[in-house]
Design a protein. Structure first.
Length: 476
């Protein structure tokens, strides 16, 4: 067989990721803490980058990254209830951001400047990972996320949560379930409101909780005073049993979050601030505390390149100048994208901000992508590890996305339907338990057309028994 050579042409398409595009994508997916660390490292290695001072003019620099004035107003009917005396007044002062303790999230291995952040997840990250698995209901998830932010260094919730519940606009049952979800998480004892409850959670986990030790925990003041006789009398056991209970208590952990205290503590700075404006509008703005203000010093660059320097040094400065400009532009683009997406989220979830978690509307990445002209992958990056401080609390932007059903009056979130379904079942007459068909009719009468099989699916997702099983349980 003879061998021959020939020339042929072929056409193909290939996506090329330039270093600049890679940097822009990397910056977009960073949290504010990661971004601050990354920019700090860049400033250390690039002599043409410098931090912008508030009183410095920009005549000697290129455009400033994350410039001031990145904000927007969104007008709606329904926000007029937020008056000057409203309990939903802005939770942050004019000169400081609303902050809460947390720890920096995990970061890619190829990113520099973050080696000082612990690889071990913080308590907050540890609980959020469990929440993503254990909590399916979006409204309940938002309450759980808000409560996680209220945990103190020992892992306790505040004893009085009425203000938090009112702020979230959550009904009592949703709020109680959210607390129970946190208290079921690891480490055991987390989310308790006092020492007795913390110890109770751990004893129940070990199947060692009984009426005697319940009374024992109700009188921890006597334990502190070592009044064994009084404890024996109250618990109805002898002193030997009291000693055994005391030994059991000593093996428990009164500070379930203590194992996480050695993690590097960081501050959760909201990326976006939302506040109501009288007349039915929302003001959305970027939080300047979360935006690194960086300048590329053109005057210094021109001065250095005009000097008597080698070709190699000139090439080095030219490369650094290009990198500085790209970083400044990428930071500005990141800020504008976050604001653009946040404004669209506020426009679509107005009912939540006015009425609370039960009024979440269905929203998927595609909805916001189409409205903003951005790709779904961009929306995913910009809503992960980015937080909005609202009158109802601080929420990660991704929590505003949920599944939904169509209704006669527009979209209704699946989570809101589940929430209403739970309310109907909780309020049903024990003598006339509602079947799935009757529940479907009740929801349809409220403007939510839903099939019986969908009701059954949602009921099972909520771990609610069938009507037959509920009848039997309510007779007991």
């Amino acid at each position: 067989m003879a061998l021959s050579q020939q020339l042929s042409l072929s056409q193909s398409q290939q996506l090329v990721m330039t270093p600049q595009l890679q940097q822009a994508i990397k910056l977009l997916q960073m949290s504010s803490q990661e971004l601050a660390a990354f920019v700090a490292t860049e400033m250390e290695t690039n002599p043409l980058l410098e931090k912008a001072d508030d009183d410095r003019t920009t005549s000697d620099t290129t455009a400033e990254a994350a410039p001031e004035g990145l904000n927007g107003d969104v007008s709606f009917e329904g926000t007029e209830n937020f008056g000057d005396d409203s309990p939903w007044d802005s939770p942050w002062s004019d000169d400081s951001a609303h902050l809460s303790k947390s720890s920096a999230a995990p970061f890619d291995d190829d990113c520099e400047g973050l080696s000082h952040i612990s690889e071990r997840p913080s308590l907050r990250d540890h609980l959020h990972q469990q929440m993503e698995i254990d909590v399916a209901d979006a409204a309940e998830k938002m309450v759980v996320a808000a409560l996680i932010e209220l945990l103190d260094d020992a892992g306790y919730l505040p004893p009085d949560l009425h203000v938090a519940r009112a702020q979230l606009g959550a009904d009592e049952q949703t709020f109680i379930r959210a607390i129970e979800k946190i208290q079921a998480m690891d480490p055991c004892g987390i989310g308790a409101r006092n020492l007795a409850e913390c110890l109770t959670l751990q004893l129940k986990e070990q199947n060692r909780f009984d009426p005697a030790i319940e009374i024992f925990l109700q009188h921890l003041d006597l334990v502190a005073r070592r009044d064994m006789a009084a404890l024996s009398r109250l618990c109805g056991v002898d002193t030997a049993d009291v000693a055994d209970m005391l030994a059991d208590i000593r093996r428990l952990n009164p500070k379930p979050a203590a194992a996480f205290t050695h993690d590097v503590a960081a501050t959760l700075i909201p990326d976006v601030l939302l506040r109501p404006i009288p007349g039915g509008s929302w003001h959305v703005e970027l939080n300047s505390a979360a935006l690194p203000r960086v300048l590329a010093n053109e005057k210094y660059y021109v001065h250095m390149t005009k000097g008597n320097i080698t070709k190699q040094d000139k090439g080095y400065l030219s490369e650094r100048w290009q990198q500085a400009n790209w970083l400044v532009k990428s930071l500005a683009q990141r800020a504008e994208t976050i604001l653009k997406v946040s404004i669209e989220i506020v426009a679509r979830q107005d009912a939540f901000f006015v009425n609370g978690v039960s009024h979440l509307k269905p929203m998927v990445l595609r909805d916001v992508a189409e409205a903003t002209g951005l790709h779904e992958s961009t929306i995913s990056r910009v809503t992960t590890q980015k937080y909005m401080a609202t009158p109802r609390g601080v929420f990660e932007l991704k929590y505003f996305f949920t599944n939904g059903l169509g209704t006669g009056d527009g979209a209704q979130s699946a989570e809101a339907v589940k929430h209403r379904l739970k309310q109907l079942i909780d309020a049903e007459n024990p003598r006339k338990v509602l079947s799935d068909d009757e529940l479907a009719h009740a929801l349809s009468a409220e403007g939510v057309p839903i099939a019986r099989r969908t009701v059954a699916k949602y009921r099972e997702a909520l771990h609610i028994p069938t009507s037959t099983e509920r009848k039997r349980l309510k007779r007991v």
